[in-house]
Design a protein around this ligand. Sequence first.
Ligand code: ZN
Length: 213
Amino acid sequence: MEKKVIANVHGKVVNVVIRETASFLKTSHYSYGQIYISCPFSTSIVTIEKYLNRVYTEKIIQKFPNEFLYGKDFCYVLGEKRRLIRPFSYQIPEKKDLIVRNDEELQKKLEKFALDIFTSRVHFYEKEMKTYSHQVKITTMSAARGKNYIRKKLLTFHWELIHFSVYLLDAIVIHELSHDFVPNHSKKFYEILYRFCPDYDERLKKITFGVKQ
Ligand SMILES: [Zn+2]
């Protein structure tokens, strides 16, 4: 289970995704321009803010985006800002709007988009990189952006990557497919990765700090 809250860290408003655990503030990391923490849902926002102010420097927090990946009435999909509209609302939907009843329905829709786009990008780069074909799945709970289960010929990708442009997503696809040739993160691995994605580091940095394109 996940819960999203907004916290004030070093005077900046940051999106925080809480993953429920029984223990008190166990782990924390950041990705997609938001902070992920593990703690009980009952933890107060004051406690969370105190913890985040202690763990993260102001310099890091300043790199976080001023605009989130999603809000009450918008959501970024493939790097493009889309309006969220409730069914039967007074608003007249336009072609690009997303009509969703609630957050769960939005997430389901985004997971479906993510599966479609990752499957097609994987198949494109399988040919480009001359490797075998894979099954593709979308994960919601894993902290990893992507994972290559080499023996199963299975690739998994985190659903929240769907907020970013295809150009940025491709970096994650190329990273995972490079593991077909080298399973670890050795120098040899990065040689292959940079051959197909020379600006990998810049693309990854954008994803980490929530830059959508
Ligand atoms: Zn890797």
